[in-house]
Design a protein around this ligand. Sequence first.
Ligand code: DX5
Ligand code: ZN
Length: 222
Amino acid sequence: MPKIVIMPSLLAADMGRLAEECRRAEAAGADALHVDIMDGHFVPNLSMGPDVVKMARATVQLPLDTHLMVTQPQHLTAAFIKAGASPLLIHVEAQCDVRAVLQDIRRQGARPGLTLNPETPVEAAFPFLGDVDEVLFMSVHPGFGGQSFMPQVLPKVAALRRRCPDLDLAIDGGINRATTIAAAEHGVNMFVAGTYLFGAPDMQAEIALMRSAIQQAYSKKV
Ligand code: DX5
Ligand code: ZN
């Protein structure tokens, strides 16, 4: 199977102690950090900017999987890559030349990724598969942490996994111990978890549990 990647989402960290929270996730065995960028337009919320990525880059060694929930990502890729973002993910629903932006991200030295909202059919990703290192499936409507997982997205993941056995497939939203298993059974190998991991009494134990559950579930995948 492709490498398992467990990514605590900084959106659920204690914003008053972000650097410490980055170090806590790294020490707990996270494989990457997920950084949610919102523009108040593509989604009805605002979150962080390149300076937070820069702080995380200076604080931990982990890859910074940076999720641009913005309408016009083409104007922001350079600032985020300069700050240390990689992978850098845009949405297929964004108002831009998706292929050109993905290629530009790679040209600037970061790993390009493409995100699909829950209602977007998986076929929307097909034209761009040659230009991405990661496809991220939203399993909630983007914009807020702490929402419930939408299991109806899972058949889309399974369809892409059948088509691309080695591609990194990620899931984001409502991930906890139970939904991790369901996602792995449908071919997910990268898991974003905000509320669940930053809210866990023992993040290290929870990540270890997730990892063994994923290994087991992926081998039985549909
Ligand atoms: C939602 C963000 C998610 C968020 C997930 O728009 O893209 O990455 O942090 O939060 P949880 O894991 O709490 O659903
Ligand atoms: Zn996200």
